[in-house]
Design a protein around this ligand. Structure first.
Ligand code: MG
Length: 159
């Protein structure tokens, strides 16, 4: 069996706004995430983990931020491309694990909805998808609430 792992990391700045979109779930918040697309930092990290597992570059190469067609785009488009590539290469997803790093908003109450959303998009059993969160103990840019970071790991296998 050909088993591969990939990691992904992403950051988006918090700015004026009234909601954030994390792992496809809209969460009302006193700020918004700044980005060319919908700035879904969690979904971007997962997408990059899948591209990494395939050794097929990164999200910025597939969807250049300089390309106006991705302005305000739903990040689901990016994730679906990575899923399409996994299938095209003969792989299946073993599991996905994403950690969101922020003080606020609180992720816990939304984690299940995020896992359900990712299961829906990827077609992977929700029991193989993890979304969790940590703070950075008020240290650094995430601790000061200047932005949200996300890391993700993806395991893929070809039977
Ligand atoms: Mg991003």
């Amino acid at each position: 069996m050909d088993i591969r792992l990939g990691n992904g990391f992403d950051v988006h700045a918090l700015d004026d706004g009234d909601h954030v979109i994390l792992c496809g779930v809209k969460i009302p918040f006193c700020k918004g995430l700044r980005g060319h697309s919908d700035a879904d930092v969690g979904m971007h990290a997962i997408t990059d983990a899948l591209f990494g597992a395939l050794s097929e570059g990164d999200i910025g190469q597939w969807f250049p931020p300089s390309d106006p067609q991705w302005k305000g785009a739903a990040s689901e488009i990016f994730l679906r491309k990575a899923i399409e590539r996994v299938a095209a290469r003969g792989f299946q997803i073993g599991n996905l694990d994403c950690t969101l790093i922020c003080e606020m908003p609180k992720i816990g109450p939304h984690a299940k909805a995020m896992q359900d959303m990712l299961a829906d998009i990827t077609g992977v059993d929700v029991g193989r998808i993890s979304v969790k969160a940590t703070t950075s103990e008020h240290l650094g840019f995430t601790g000061r609430g200047e932005g949200i970071a996300a890391i993700a790991t993806a395991a893929i296998f070809a039977p």
